[in-house]
Design a protein around this ligand. Structure first.
Ligand SMILES: Cc1cc2nc3c(=O)[nH]c(=O)nc-3n(C[C@H](O)[C@H](O)[C@H](O)COP(=O)(O)O)c2cc1C
Length: 437
């Protein structure tokens, strides 16, 4: 059997494209309309995606929320509603491993796991944006350094998985004669006294469904994150600036998995993919360009101006990027220097005008592919066979149209023996080909 490719759908509110919401007749309900989200999840299941992945962050309104809708519903609550309207789709919730107590995450994800009958996933994140600190009442600038962040995250994950395993189904003896429902001698109480988190005892529910834990995902980029994810996760989400970095990331984390005594095939690597399907490449490009035009050019120019430290008056949408100004307007800011290199390189390599450049940047470094279903399937197969990823997290540029078109890519992959035509199993872990731990 050929290597099977894994595909998750990233569950945006209106699509990956920042102007995707402008294609909706009534976009005012997008942040909290459950029916819209359930319909979208059903579409993902019809297309036979492995799972939907709900990115999330606890936060108060920040500037980015003011320009496009971000899903407001709590991911575990929303996924529980979706669970009862779907049958096979994996359901990946996101929860921080830095804030709050691990007990609450253990119980919430375990509950989703049971409500969905074995289809829950937890995306372990370690972000600490300003809007999160504000929402949680933490002082501005109180971001933790990487060592502390990942030390805290490791304690968090160990408590969550410990709680999941603390009450095995075999301990629920329901022994009528001896008047015992749970036999505590068969339970595995957690006894964690960490530097950051502690927990003691047995969780009041089983964390496994038919002996299987929820699937663990981890999202990150830094060297710390790679080691942490390779140790704890079943699958890694990543976003790398180019294919060379993707391949390096892939080889590195598979190596770490081995070092941690794991079978590297049991650590899936899933980079993001921004796919625009059309009848031809030109038509796919045109479809994106039409939505690009819905963006406010003044906003995009100001954003670029801040990113590269060049006054906005110097940026003419119809002319090439004035890279000569990088020398006449020098900067000590390392981030700006990096972006000048990166964005300037892209502009020159493609011969973009400023307008084309800011529209290109809307995909934010996601691996972007335009083409027919056959062409996109070719690319996915090639990348899966050359150490870029074991599969991909697919972004539809607009919802739901982008997913309807992507169904043809999935059919094409199925015809080539690289993807299912029907779900083989009922649990997420089994459908993902992971060990049944
Ligand atoms: C592909 C990808 C998806 C992510 N998704 C989320 C998310 O949904 N919510 C969140 O708070 N952080 C998310 N993050 C942020 C990571 O959890 C992490 O905090 C961030 O990458 C910084 O950590 P690092 O510098 O150690 O890589 C994501 C990161 C990546 C690379």
């Amino acid at each position: 059997m050929k290597k099977q490719i894994r595909l998750n759908l990233i569950f945006h509110t209106s699509g990956r494209h920042d102007a995707g919401w402008k294609t909706f007749d009534d976009p005012t309900t997008l942040v909290d309309d459950v029916d819209h989200q359930i319909a979208y999840a059903k579409l993902a299941e019809e297309a036979k995606f492995d799972a939907i992945f709900l990115p999330d962050t606890p936060a108060v309104l920040s500037k980015s929320f003011l320009r496009k809708p971000r899903r407001g519903l709590d991911p575990a609550v929303l996924l529980s509603a979706i669970a009862r309207e779907t049958t096979h789709l994996g359901l990946i919730s996101t929860a921080s491993s830095l804030y709050g107590h691990p007990y609450f995450v253990a119980r919430s994800i375990a509950s989703l796991h049971h409500v969905s009958k074995g289809r829950a996933g937890w995306n372990i994140v370690t972000s600490q944006d300003d809007e999160t600190l504000e929402a949680l009442g933490l002082p501005a600038g109180s971001q933790l350094d990487r060592d502390t962040r990942y030390e805290r995250a490791a304690e968090f994950v160990e408590i969550v998985t410990g709680l999941w395993d603390s009450l095995p189904t075999s301990a629920i003896t329901a022994d009528r004669e001896n008047d015992i429902y749970i036999d505590p001698s068969l339970a595995h109480p957690v006894d964690a006294q960490g530097k950051h988190f502690s927990s003691h005892g047995v969780m009041q529910m089983t964390g496994r469904y038919e002996g299987q834990r929820p699937v663990l995902f981890q999202a990150g980029i830094s060297p710390h994150s790679r080691k942490f994810g390779s140790k704890y996760a079943d699958a890694l989400f990543t976003s790398q600036p180019n294919l060379e970095h993707d391949r390096k990331f892939y080889a590195e984390v598979k190596g770490y998995a081995e070092k941690y005594g794991r079978n590297p095939d049991h650590l899936l690597v899933l980079p993001g993919l921004y796919a625009v399907v059309g009848d031809t490449v030109e038509q796919a490009r045109k479809a994106k360009a039409e939505i690009d035009e819905m963006m406010d050019m003044g906003f995009l120019l100001n954003l670029l101006s801040r990113q590269i430290g060049i006054p906005v008056e110097e940026l003419d949408p119809h002319k090439p990027l004035p890279v000569e100004l990088f020398e006449t307007i020098p900067t000590d800011d390392e981030v700006i220097q990096y972006r000048r290199n990166d964005i300037g390189g892209v502009a020159q390599a493609h011969g973009f005008t400023v307008k084309q450049l800011v529209h290109h940047n809307l995909t934010r470094g996601q691996r972007t592919v335009f083409g027919t279903p056959e062409q996109i399937a070719d690319t996915i197969e090639e990348w899966a066979d050359t150490g870029v990823g074991d599969g991909f997290n697919v972004n539809a540029h607009v919802q739901p149209a982008g997913v309807e078109r992507f169904k043809d890519v999935i059919t094409e992959l199925h015809n080539r023996g690289r993807y299912r035509s029907e779900y083989e199993y009922s649990t997420f872990r089994e459908n993902y080909g992971l060990p049944l731990r």
